[in-house]
Ligand binder design. Structure first.
Ligand SMILES: NC(=O)C1=CN([C@@H]2O[C@H](COP(=O)(O)OP(=O)(O)OC[C@H]3O[C@@H](n4cnc5c(N)ncnc54)[C@H](OP(=O)(O)O)[C@@H]3O)[C@@H](O)[C@H]2O)C=CC1
Ligand SMILES: O=C(O)C1=N[C@H](C(=O)O)C[C@H](O)C1
Length: 255
């Protein structure tokens, strides 16, 4: 996502790229971030020092992994800088730690920055409320073969939205695995299925399966650019906000 984010920042009026950070010992440290991202030379060198980089910045955009995001949040909380993070795969404990940092600084933390997926979250809530307990719910997501977390953060959020709307606890009803003589499907469970392969950007479908009919709410991402544009939009939205943890639902005023 790094390259997409750099290009989105450069293309967004009101934003300026002041730095770019990679992990220590990354071979591209010291390279021009714009050249690496295919955005033309920007005179911004890739650094391995987040604190020094943030000295000239108002907001960090972080698309990494939960343990790295928590380290980045610690640095930004210390410096009083805002954060937009799209990282996924947080455990409940890691999420609680992120919220602790967000008590000091404004943070947007969202598993999916696309307008379409955020609209789907609302549609799913409505669908679940209308359909109630008479429909079996299954969530299926497809992603590229480089993705490290499963199920995707978006699929987890979809499962949570539906479980909440049905008065169920996602952590109790999510079923990630069926194999062998595992018995009939329970009425409450929400199946969470994952497909990985090739260059699939990201696809999510929630099935509401009833007797004699089926509803499918699907989203297909066709490019990673729109995730980056969503992150850029979140940066602009954060300006002037107080400390706290926000979501794309806040940014898009969908709450
Ligand atoms: N919210 C949303 O809309 C979206 C969220 N995502 C999420 O964003 C995250 C990243 O995805 P993606 O870009 O595909 O993954 P990648 O593995 O391609 O990118 C992660 C990057 O973080 C770098 N990194 C690792 N450690 C550090 C560190 N200490 N400091 C700085 N950089 C570091 C990695 O470097 P290296 O490879 O050299 O280790 C890598 O370049 C995932 O959690 C994914 O699920 C993705 C798309 C959309
Ligand atoms: O890793 C990805 O690629 C994506 N991750 C996010 C997730 O886990 O939900 C969002 C998007 O689907 C792409």
């Amino acid at each position: 996502m790094g390259g997409h984010l750099i290009r989105a920042v450069v293309e967004t009026e009101g934003l300026e790229l002041t730095g770019a950070v990679e992990r220590p010992d990354h071979p591209q440290i010291g390279f021009d971030a714009g050249l690496v991202a295919g955005a033309g030379e920007l005179g911004v060198k890739i650094s391995d020092d987040l604190a020094a980089t943030m000295a000239n910045a108002d907001v960090l955009i972080d698309f990494t992994f939960p343990d790295v995001t928590l380290q980045n949040l610690a640095v930004c909380a210390e410096l009083g800088k805002m954060v937009v993070s799209g990282s996924t795969g947080f455990t409940p404990e890691q999420r609680a730690e992120a919220e602790k940092y967000a008590a000091k600084i404004p943070v947007v933390l969202a598993p999916n920055m696309s307008v379409g997926v955020n609209a789907c979250f609302k549609l799913l809530k409505e669908a679940a409320k209308i359909l109630g307990d008479g429909f079996d719910v299954e969530v299926v997501e497809l992603h590229h073969n480089k993705k490290k977390d499963s199920p995707s953060g978006t699929a987890v959020r979809m499962g949570e939205v539906v479980a909440d709307a049905l008065g169920r606890d996602y952590n109790k009803v999510a079923n990630f695995h069926r194999e062998g003589m595992c018995g009939e499907r329970s009425k409450e469970e929400i199946g969470m299925q994952t497909v990985r392969g090739g260059d699939i950007v990201g696809e999510h479908t929630v099935y509401f399966i009833g007797m004699g009919e089926r509803i499918e709410i699907s989203h297909r991402a066709m490019s990673r650019d729109m995730f980056a544009r969503g992150a850029a939009r979140a940066c602009l939205w954060l300006n002037g906000k107080g400390p706290g943890i926000y979501d794309m639902q806040d940014v898009l005023e969908l709450k």
